[in-house]
Design a protein around this ligand. Structure first.
Ligand code: PLP
Length: 560
């Protein structure tokens, strides 16, 4: 190709529509530019320390490349693209922001969004003082090409298409996306946000990059790879656009722990596990749709190609409130055009969805009359605790004591006991764990006792449980008299953040407040196993003891 032919091609390139000052600037030369990293062995160029900040730290002392090569390679394998075509960002959100900053001249240029849609496009444009123009989706929530064409002008730099769209959950028609690419080939970027495409029965438009130089595709690990907290996304574009994005992107956007975790996520074994989990989510989405379809308050369930549902209901604010009262948070989308009384619901775990469906069906506001529920609110100068148990429901189980290991142990009681436990504790942990641990056990014991009521129909019970080298024996009787026999010799003073001398205290408080006779004997070598075995064994013994089997009083005395 001759020099002039090349220049002509260049000037026709969409990247020439970027802000002139971005085109003109050189971009920051970071300490870890490719040449430096590949030729150097001793790095005295960036005022870094030559040692790691703590034992076990992995590569924290040095600046990373803006686009770490190992992560580039992994993403290229994931998306089947060349590294020239990708820009790795702190989530897709940052990619959106970089696109707007690279292309929109403040106060002059505009972007086009297709509402109802994801809010960040307008957010980034407003921050850049770029006008936000709206071309509503059509009545099937698909791209309305005619309306888009009426909305754009010579200063339109980016048209955002979200597919599957958030919040309507449907894919945009591929032909319409490609039509836009063709219509705006020399004038505007067509940014296709494919955050949820892994949940859809459809291929990415990334391969269309070969035919369309103005196409940009956004992907992220946040939703499809269960890593919203990681902040790792990618913009896929032709190399001229990639170059511009990397000029406006911060010099060191990706932290080493992020890179390490992203590499693990993108490794073949993790990818296989995550793909299977996505299939579970899609299957669960179908179950939820089936369950909700039968609910009178549901007006319409929009078909979903994503890991969430958009649900039209009779009264969106009312449903959100009801759910909130049961601790379930939804996203009311009623403010969006065309989405009156619409609520967006993510597909969570099986238990989460059971809890949600129960609220929609009006089942959880009041426990059923035959369910044994206990509620205790306990406030002292040291702790404020609320406990709710339902011995005849398995969910929800939500435990927040502020002591991680103790949460894990109380969770064992709920899981192995087979009943719903909710505990919130705000305690004086700045002093130590003692008050919180003990007071939670007291309140939990009281709540279970309250739920048991007159104990009609329950069993009585014991349990043996091995856990690796440890073994626990638990015997429990709700006979109405308190006695604790606790035999343990824990080798360590703590497991996690839980002091082991608090473990007998916990069972003392539980037994006392349950008015139960409780014998626990544990042997073993590993403190974690021993402690966990106690809680699991207690849960199992409880499961037997609280189970109702008929209506008899389990005592010849006639009461317990
Ligand atoms: C959640 C979401 C994003 C944000 O992704 P991050 O990678 O977490 O920044 C982008 N686009 C859509 C449509 C989303 O729903």
């Amino acid at each position: 190709m001759t020099k002039t032919a090349k220049a002509a091609l260049n000037s026709a390139m969409i990247s020439q529509r970027a802000r002139p000052e971005i085109l003109a600037m050189g971009g920051y030369v970071s300490a870890r530019s490719i040449e430096n990293s590949t030729t150097g062995t001793i790095f005295l160029d960036a005022n870094e320390c030559a040692f790691e900040p703590f034992v076990g730290a992995h590569n924290l002392s040095r600046y990373l490349e803006q686009q770490p090569v190992a992560l580039q390679d992994a993403i290229c394998r994931w998306l089947d693209v060349s590294s020239r075509h990708i820009t790795i960002t702190r989530g897709a959100d940052e990619a959106i922001d970089c696109l707007v900053r690279a292309f929109c001249v403040p106060g002059r240029d505009n972007i086009v969004i297709c509402p109802p849609t994801f809010a960040m496009y307008a957010q980034s444009a407003t921050l850049q003082n770029a006008e936000v123009r709206e071309a509503r989706l059509d009545n099937k929530f698909d791209l309305d090409i005619k309306l888009i064409n009426q909305t754009t002008d010579k200063n339109t730099k980016i048209i955002f298409a979200c597919s599957p769209n958030n919040p309507t959950a449907n894919l945009m028609t591929r032909e319409r996306i490609l039509q836009l690419c063709a219509d705006y080939a020399d004038t505007a970027l067509i940014v296709v946000d494919e955050t949820y495409v892994e949940f859809a029965d459809s291929e990415s438009v990334i391969p269309c990059l070969d035919a369309h130089a103005n196409l940009v595709v956004l992907r992220t690990l946040s939703k499809s790879h269960a890593a919203a907290g990681l902040r790792c996304g990618v913009a896929v574009a032709r190399s001229d656009v990639t170059g511009l994005l990397q000029k406006v992107l911060a010099p060191y956007p990706l932290a080493q722990p992020v890179v390490d975790a992203a590499l693990t996520i993108l490794s073949a074994p993790s990818q296989a596990v995550l793909a299977a989990k996505r299939r579970d989510i899609v299957a669960r989405r179908k179950e939820v749709v089936a369950a909700l379809a039968a609910c009178p308050d549901i007006v319409e369930l929009l078909p979903s190609d994503a890991n969430y549902l958009l649900v039209r209901v009779k009264d969106a604010a009312d449903l959100c409130n009801k759910c909130r009262n049961s601790g379930i948070i939804l996203r009311n989308q009623s403010h969006q055009p065309g989405l009156k009384n619409s609520v967006r619901v993510s597909i969570g775990s099986h238990e989460d969805m059971q809890a949600f469906i129960a609220v929609v069906k009006g089942e959880t506001q009041e426990p059923r009359a035959d369910q044994r529920v206990g509620t205790v609110i306990r406030k002292t100068n040291e702790t404020a605790i609320s406990v709710r148990v339902n011995l005849d429901a398995v969910a929800p189980v939500r435990i927040h004591t502020g002591i991680g290991f103790y949460d894990h142990m109380l969770d064992q009681i709920a899981k192995h006991g087979g009943f719903s436990v909710e505990i919130e504790c705000d305690g004086d942990l700045h002093i130590d764990a003692h008050h919180s641990v003990e007071d939670c056990a007291i309140a939990l014991g009281q709540a279970i006792r309250q739920a048991l009521g007159d104990k009609r129909g329950i069993g009585r019970y014991g349990f043996f449980l091995p856990m690796d080298e440890s073994q626990v024996k638990v015997a429990l009787d709700f006979g109405g008299r308190f006695y604790l026999d606790f035999k343990a010799d824990f080798p360590e003073s703590h497991v996690g953040d839980l002091p082991t001398d608090m473990v007998p205290h916990v069972f003392y408080s539980l037994a006392e407040n349950l008015q139960a006779n409780l014998h626990i004997a544990v042997t073993g070598e590993n403190t974690h196993h021993m402690v966990e075995a106690c809680f699991k064994g207690f849960g199992r013994a409880l499961r037997q003891a609280i189970r109702r089997d008929g209506d008899e009083m389990p005592s010849t005395k006639g009461s317990l």
